[in-house]
Write a new protein. Structure first.
Length: 90
């Protein structure tokens, strides 16, 4: 009788595992995707804040606009010396 009970318990455990394992795996996949999307959302919000700050500076700070324009075009004011640094990235 003990052998039959053990087999019944094993069969019951296999049925339970078969019934609950696929939804659990799906739940874990959704949870992982949610964490990934949360990180992307946080990163995107930080980028938006940085760009909004940059936009405000470009709209209100003429000295900043002039500096950015001169940096990008390589133009110097009379008497200025332009120094450029190069990074050695591999």
């Amino acid at each position: 009788m003990g052998q039959k009970n053990r087999i019944k318990i094993i069969i019951f455990a296999v049925i339970l595992l078969a019934a609950f394992l696929p939804p659990f795996i799906k739940y874990q996949q959704i949870k992982y995707k949610s964490r990934t999307l949360d990180r992307q959302l946080k990163s995107t919000k930080e980028e938006i804040r940085r760009l909004e700050k940059e936009k405000r500076r470009l709209e209100t700070d003429i000295v900043y606009v002039e500096k950015r324009a001169r940096d990008r075009t390589g133009v110097a004011k009379k008497g200025e010396i332009i120094l450029k640094s190069y990074s050695m990235k591999k």
